[in-house]
Design a binder for this molecule. Structure first.
Ligand SMILES: [Zn+2]
Length: 431
């Protein structure tokens, strides 16, 4: 009896301070939201966490301890030994297991009453019906492509007739001592694609640069990784965690760098480039994840105004002291996801179609690795299906103006298999 009473008191105590914030009438909440009999928004909000890595572990812990009861998490990765310094829900014996599954089990064990459903797969494996069940989506990703995909999906899901179709998207990102939190109300406020130019497209180096004129040590490493490995096949398949494989790539890259007089190729740079490692600091992740989860709590409970409608972007910089800045990022009318206008695109009319195509990889406003391209009247180049690729391939070596007959202010549409929902519209401006 005494024990039972103790447990009851502890359980009530656990949420005492959180409930105080939620149940106190302030300038931003309504009577119904703070009433004792009203529905508990934290009980009712189903929230999706994308990513169970450095940010995701923090987010799952924070959301559970903020009173969210029904959480789903998607992550396709398995736990690597190098994750253990900051992804604190994982232990040595978890190496090799699914991040989503281990993280969910850990948090459920520690925070009673929370249900976390893990999905050990890619976000692209689910369709709109899956994403419809959530009230909030929160991302702790290191991939720009995955962010763009979920952003396009959520914007596309919005049905003006149905307010429930609008899912706030909270996005956290960190790199070393820097990080950012932003909140998107799809179709209403600027989306992730509106802010695409914030990401320098460093990973998307066109193949021709790698093959012909490398300029940076990373180009030599990518050449060894993509071209030399494929030609020579020193091992049956590349294992990025096998030091012998990385050493092979490092030596190849070093030789190539010496040939072109490029300094800076090292073993650790090789490993970092091949594994696409973004330097991660546990405390930066904790700060950004904390900020993201606070926005989720504010959106769910209305206890205070969230980021989004006015200021929508918080940037944090711990490089020199501590600096944070919150500002309003503007929506772009020519955004491929939420805008309606075509984006102006400066091109040289003497470029071949191949040069135009390759420029999309490094163009900050496009960042497309496998573009297909057409005008309103004709198809210029299609990557798929193979038969169409073959028919349109001769166009690749034709010049834009003289060979293909493109004109100033011509509108072109570009598609890419990574973003099946999107068609990027551009207006050609000849230079
Ligand atoms: Zn947009």
């Amino acid at each position: 009896m005494a024990v039972d009473a103790g447990v009851g008191i502890n359980e009530a105590n656990r949420w005492r301070y959180l409930n105080h914030i939620r149940k106190t009438k302030g300038p931003f909440n309504e009577d119904a939201e703070i009433s004792e009999d009203g529905p508990d928004p934290l009980q009712q909000s189903k929230i999706l966490v994308i990513g169970a890595g450095g940010l995701g572990c923090e987010m799952l812990k924070n959301l559970a301890m903020s009173g969210f009861k029904d959480i789903h998490v998607i992550d396709m990765d398995t736990i690597d030994i190098s994750n253990l310094n900051r992804q604190f829900l994982f232990r040595q014996h978890d190496v090799g297991k699914s991040k989503a599954e281990v993280a969910s089990a850990f948090v459920m064990k520690r925070v009673k009453g929370v249900k976390i459903t893990p999905h050990n797969c890619k976000i692209q494996d689910f369709d709109e019906d899956f994403y419809k069940q959530f009230q909030i989506v929160i991302c702790g990703l290191d991939s720009i492509e995955a962010r763009r995909w979920i952003n396009a999906t959520l914007v596309n899901m919005v049905d003006d007739e149905d307010p429930d179709s609008l899912k706030p998207l909270i996005d956290g990102g960190t790199e070393g001592f820097k990080g950012q939190t932003r909140v998107v109300f799809p179709t209403i406020t600027p989306c992730i694609e509106c802010q695409l130019d914030l990401y320098a497209p460093r990973a998307a180096v066109p193949l021709c640069t790698l093959a012909t004129i490398p300029r940076q040590p990373e180009h030599c490493i990518e050449w060894a990784h993509i071209i030399a490995w494929d030609q020579e096949k020193p091992f049956p398949s590349l294992d990025k965690d096998d030091p012998e494989h990385i050493t092979w790539l490092y030596e190849k890259a070093l030789n190539r760098a010496q040939e072109f007089n490029i300094p800076g190729v090292t073993y650790s740079l090789t490993q970092g480039t091949v594994k696409n490692i973004i330097p991660a600091i546990a405390s930066t992740n904790a700060i950004i994840a904390g900020s993201c989860c606070l926005e989720a709590l504010k959106i769910a409970t209305q206890a205070a105004p969230s980021l989004g409608f006015n200021d929508n972007f918080m940037s944090y910089d711990g490089t020199e002291g501590v600096y944070t800045n919150t500002f309003k990022y503007e929506k772009k009318d020519d955004c491929a996801v939420c805008g309606s206008l075509a984006k102006p695109l400066k091109v040289d009319p003497n470029w071949t179609l191949r040069e135009l195509l390759e420029s999309f990889a490094t163009n900050a406003a496009a960042q497309l690795k496998k573009p297909s391209i057409r005008t309103e009247e004709k198809t210029l180049y299609m990557q798929f299906p193979p038969s169409l690729e073959e028919t349109t391939r001769p166009n690749l070596d034709k010049k834009l103006r003289d060979g293909l007959g493109l004109v100033e202010k011509q509108e072109i549409a570009v598609t890419d298999p990574a973003f099946p929902l999107l068609s990027f519209k551009f207006i050609l401006r000849f230079s």
